[in-house]
Design a protein around this ligand. Structure first.
Ligand code: ADP
Ligand code: MG
Length: 696
């Protein structure tokens, strides 16, 4: 295997290498203009590309093509159309033309549209995104596309993302020009770290909750959790290792640069991180990675869980969104060793606006442990490193920050001495890390850690890009007109830091003190989705999105509706699953075991009144109380679900599911989990946490 990595890498992708090799040179040139400069593509060119693409895909076994897109559910959608076309004499040819390549027409009516459908026809279009290469998967030529309504409203996650990337590029180009750099385009880059769990297929299949909702809704904690901290970076189980190898291979064939793999903190938890890419490509690749993980796991007797919190009591899974800005030459957030323009541009790109924090609706469901207040972690020394030395007087800026470090201590490149001569000496990084910050600057990029493992990163990146575009626009407007650029720039930096320092927090983001401090600073603390989602229809945020042509008011409202509805639907499914499991599996199990205990006690007493039945009596007493509590909780939960569903608006429903249904689910679970701890193992119908998490 090892030897042919270079051979298989990208072998299923219609990438620039293939284009260059197979397309007539004029076609290649004009496609390249589209790819790199955003030039429109004419139909003649599309026809040639389509025909070459079809031949290439057929050589890889493809018989069908699909426009591959990301509706508002966040997952990917595909409808396969055959190349086959009968010619009338009983034979067929394989056809695929430019029109089919650039535009598709799936029926939009069965995808969530959040009211957009009411105002327009059911018809929707998919449009080719040539910047994300087509690929062959499962004998199908997949063409990454954006999905819009008949009247042009975005019905997907990709369209606003692409718009936000352009918005940011336009503003970043202006800023670079101020520093004497002439570039056509600034890309946003993303490297998503994907966490996931792998458990045995037989355990998965024995649990209705995992099958229907992706997480365990019942389950007493395992005697051993993650407290020994032995799983993180631990030796990888053989079957998991085999899974990872096949996964890497399949991803490499698809041109996905899977790079790092390791065990994560929780038992059975793992992570995969690719090398970063342009945002839309990175997100397409992340979605493909998730799909491949799910597909490949069963071959090894495993199932891949991508829910953000599959097990109570151990860590959940995240998807860290590592984000930066770069030109074709360099990463603009890399402070580098030397100050010139590059370091100047990095402060400009630092997104200090509180607007960003209030408009992010991605604090996920009720299960996510990260602090709901979004702050930035920017080590003081990094702020300082970001200034050119010619701006020496700006060192005093550091005094404005909470923990200034005297300039003499700036550890640009310090040697690390490990105290043992045989070990290599190496340079110390210029920053340590902060693992509790939701948005940390990690040396040459920001790491947004709030998204859950199942999320499509397009939403948070769309917001991030647009908020940064807004800031850069303000900077550019101010500096372009300045008489003395340097002093205007210094004044701007000072003012920006002063106005926004409340979002900088470099302490422990998990602590209770921080929650109080955040409230004191007036930072929003939206703890759950129904509380956070109204940010989508906040006029201030709508104005921001409209200013940059990223989302219209109608599109924002539609997303608000879709997200609320989705939230309620998820909790509804979970509640109904719990009710069914409790009624049909768990209560009957408790009753059988109680009957066994009662029979044992009665038989014992029949032999002799003097034989003790204390243990049976004690267990029976506790189980009986649990059974009663379960029965009552079932009634309460059913009522809460019925009441929530009967509410007239989506926002009221979502609030009721959060405020009333979730606590009723917790009560049912608490009673059932207590029963599990004392019920005979042969009677309990579900694989336990210890069996699932510590399989051999
Ligand atoms: P850690 O877990 O220590 O944060 P990893 O190596 O697991 O680091 O992941 C770091 C991620 O950050 C990788 O996916 C990497 O590609 C990504 N990354 C690195 N540089 C950039 C950049 N300039 N833009 C976006 N993502 C980046
Ligand atoms: Mg990380």
């Amino acid at each position: 295997m090892a030897a042919n990595v270079m051979e298989i890498y990208g072998s299923k992708v219609f990438n620039e290498h293939v284009m260059k090799e197979r397309l007539p040179s004029a076609t290649y040139k004009s496609l390249k203009n589209t790819l790199h400069k955003g030039a429109p593509l004419d139909i003649e060119v599309a026809n040639v590309v389509a025909s070459v693409m079809k031949r290439w895909a057929m050589e890889l076994g493809a018989t069908h093509y699909t426009h591959w897109f990301q509706p508002l559910t966040g997952i990917t959608s595909e409808k396969h159309d055959g190349f086959v076309s009968p010619v009338g004499d009983g034979t067929a040819i394989m056809e695929f033309n430019g029109k089919e390549l650039v535009r598709g027409e799936p029926d939009a009516s069965s995808f969530p549209s959040g009211g957009l459908r009411a105002t327009c026809e059911a018809r929707g279009y998919t449009a080719w995104d040539p910047t994300s290469f087509a690929f062959v998967k499962d004998d199908v030529l997949c063409i990454p596309t954006a999905f819009v309504s008949y009247t042009g409203e975005a019905l997907d996650k990709k369209t606003p993302l692409l718009r936000s990337m352009n918005a940011l590029s336009n503003q970043a180009v202006r800023i670079l020009k101020l520093f004497g750099k002439d570039v056509d385009y600034v890309s946003t880059t993303v490297g998503p770290e994907q966490e996931y769990f792998l458990i045995k297929k037989e355990d998965y299949e024995a649990r209705q909750d995992l099958i229907l909702t992706g997480r365990t809704l019942f389950g007493a904690p395992s005697a051993k959790g993650q407290e020994l901290e032995e799983h993180y970076f631990g030796v990888i189980r053989p079957e998991v290792s085999e899974f990872m190898k096949e996964l890497d291979e399949e991803l490499w064939k698809l041109g996905i640069p899977a790079k790092t793999k390791h065990n994560e903190v929780a038992p059975c938890q793992h992570e995969l991180a690719p090398i970063f890419d342009t945002t839309n490509v990175a997100i397409d690749h992340n979605l493909l990675t998730m799909e491949m993980m799910k597909k490949i796991a069963p071959k090894y007797g495993l199932v891949c869980l991508q829910h953000e919190k599959p097990f109570e009591g151990v860590n959940g899974s995240g998807k860290h969104n590592n984000w930066s800005l770069s030109t074709t030459e360099e990463n603009l957030l890399d402070p580098g060793d030397t100050p010139p323009w590059r370091t100047c541009s990095s402060w400009c790109s630092w997104p200090p606006s509180s607007r960003l924090w209030t408009s992010t609706p991605t604090c996920c469901g009720p299960l996510w442990p990260l602090p709901a207040t979004i702050t930035v972690w920017v080590p003081t020394r990094h702020l300082r490193l970001s200034f050119p030395s010619s701006w020496a007087k700006s060192w005093k800026l550091s005094l404005m920050l909470s923990h200034p470090i005297p300039p003499t201590q700036v550890p640009v490149k310090m040697k690390m001495d490990l105290g043992v001569d045989v070990l290599p000496k190496f340079s110390k990084d210029t920053t340590d890390r902060n693992r509790t910050s939701p948005f940390a600057f990690t040396g040459n990029k920001f790491e947004f850690r709030m998204p859950g493992s199942s999320q499509n990163l397009s939403d948070c990146d769309t917001i991030l890009n647009t908020a940064v575009a807004k800031e850069l626009k303000g900077y550019a407007d101010e500096l372009e007109g300045a008489e003395d650029f340097t002093s205007a720039a210094i004044a701007l930096v000072k003012r920006t830091i002063r106005d926004h320092r409340r979002v900088i927090f470099n302490g422990n983001g998990y602590s209770a003190e921080w929650e109080e401090e955040a409230a004191r600073r007036g930072l929003p603390n939206k703890k759950n989705a129904p509380a956070a989602l109204p940010a989508l229809i906040d006029p201030k945020n709508i104005a921001l999105m409209e200013e940059f042509g990223v989302l219209t008011k109608v599109e924002m409202y539609s997303r608000y509706e879709v997200e609320l509805e989705h939230y309620s639907k998820i909790i509804n499914i979970e509640a109904l699953t719990m009710l069914e499991m409790a009624r049909k599996q768990l209560l009957p199990a408790v009753n059988s075991y109680m009957s066994e205990l009662a029979n044992t006690a009665a038989s014992k007493l029949a032999v002799s009144e003097s034989i003790s039945v204390r243990s049976e009596t004690k267990t029976l007493g506790r189980l009986s109380a649990d059974a009663d509590a379960m029965s009552d909780a079932i009634d309460t939960l059913q009522d809460a679900v019925d009441a929530a569903k009967a509410l007239p608006s989506e926002s009221e429903k979502a609030v009721a599911f959060h405020d009333n249904v979730l606590p009723a689910m917790d009560a049912l679970r608490a009673a059932a989990d207590d029963a599990e701890t004392i019920c005979g193992e042969d009677y309990w119908p579900l694989p336990s946490y210890s069996k699932m998490l510590y399989y051999v």
